[in-house]
Design a protein around this ligand. Structure first.
Ligand SMILES: Cc1cc2nc3c(=O)[nH]c(=O)nc-3n(C[C@H](O)[C@H](O)[C@H](O)COP(=O)(O)OP(=O)(O)OC[C@H]3O[C@@H](n4cnc5c(N)ncnc54)[C@H](O)[C@@H]3O)c2cc1C
Length: 290
């Protein structure tokens, strides 16, 4: 197996264009598991850990650009204020060791339906930046996930960053697992309030072939909040509104029965997660607005 070690992004992109079969490796927390279990035997590995451009983050015009190689621990410590939902999801990933190594670019590269950052990125309205020797493309998160562990990358492309709007508005993420840490989500859910646009973002994970937005739930809740003037003068949400939101979130999912949970359980759990997280986010919003 060839081991390619670029020192710059330009070098990494040139190598990926010469060797589209080379498997990128960032934190290695997915790739090394696949190698260890002999699920994958690539002809070449493209080590991205020396590429400084991938380890930076910056904020411009209210949008945070997170380099693909920024590990979860830094998202939690350095970006928790601007990106509360992503930090919350990052805190639930694996263990301290995994959060030290694992990256948001790796989560996107793996494109597992159960990846914890995906619902948050969808709810927040994120855009994935990808690049090749041919140039740079920006792919809305909604168009990035194509199928189980399949994403919109071309063979010569690398994920360079993800762009997420910074916010002071409440965001929540919650996942169900068989224990409190070190679990792959049985299902997960993220909600993001966008008061400036009078809009709600909502997305499910581990409950369909790809992570996906719950658009009917988003439209229902955004409409309710706008019609009752709640963005300006928030009041406690009616239980009927939270319940309907939960039902619509569950309807957005098309889960399967597997070792981690049944489809019926996932749908039920999602409706509960959606009601709860909305309750927390709205309580936070009501507190901030008061
Ligand atoms: C014990 C354990 C616990 C875990 N717990 C969780 C969890 O709770 N939640 C969760 O979501 N995940 C979990 N994971 C999975 C993994 O940690 C995450 O998916 C992590 O984000 C992967 O990041 P990485 O940098 O280690 O990726 P890598 O393993 O380096 O790469 C992952 C995939 O992305 C590709 N890739 C990496 N960087 C790029 C790039 N810049 N451009 C293009 N492709 C790229 C690789 O080729 C590979 O296909 C766990 C893994 C382990 C081993």
């Amino acid at each position: 197996m060839d081991f390619l070690r670029p020192d710059t992004l330009a070098e990494a992109l040139a190598l990926k264009s010469q060797r589209p079969d080379a498997v990128p490796i960032a934190g290695g927390t997915d790739v090394m598991v696949e190698l260890n279990f002999d699920h994958r035997r690539p002809a070449a590995l493209l080590d991205l850990t020396r590429v400084p451009e991938l380890r930076e983050h910056s904020t411009e015009n209210g949008v945070v650009r997170i380099g693909a190689g920024v590990p979860y621990v830094r998202i939690i410590e350095e970006l928790g204020g601007a990106l509360p939902g992503l930090a919350m999801a990052s805190r639930t990933v694996g263990s301290p060791q995994i959060r030290n190594r694992g990256t948001v670019g790796g989560n996107l590269g793996a494109a597992s339906p159960a990846g914890d950052t995906h619902p948050v990125l969808l709810a927040a309205g994120a855009t994935v930046e990808v690049a090749s020797a041919r140039g740079v493309r920006f792919i809305p998160a909604t168009e990035f996930y194509l199928g189980v562990k399949r994403n919109a990358l071309e063979p010569d492309e690398l994920i360079t960053a993800v762009h997420v709007p910074a916010t002071r508005a409440p965001q929540q993420f919650s996942k169900v697992g068989t224990r409190n840490a070190m679990v792959i989500a049985v299902c997960s859910f993220a909600v993001a309030l966008h008061p400036g646009e009078q809009r709600v973002g909502a997305a499910v994970g581990s409950a369909a072939p790809t992570p996906r937005r719950a658009t009917e739930a988003e439209e229902f809740l955004s409409g309710e909040l706008t019609a009752t003037d709640q963005w300006e003068s928030p009041k406690p949400l009616l239980d009927s509104v939270k319940r309907r939101f939960g039902e619509l979130v569950a309807q957005a999912a098309s889960p399967i029965d597997d070792v981690r949970g049944s489809a019926a359980y996932r749908k039920h759990a999602l409706s509960v997660l959606a009601r709860r997280t909305l309750g927390w986010a709205w309580q936070d919003y009501t507190g901030k607005a008061a």
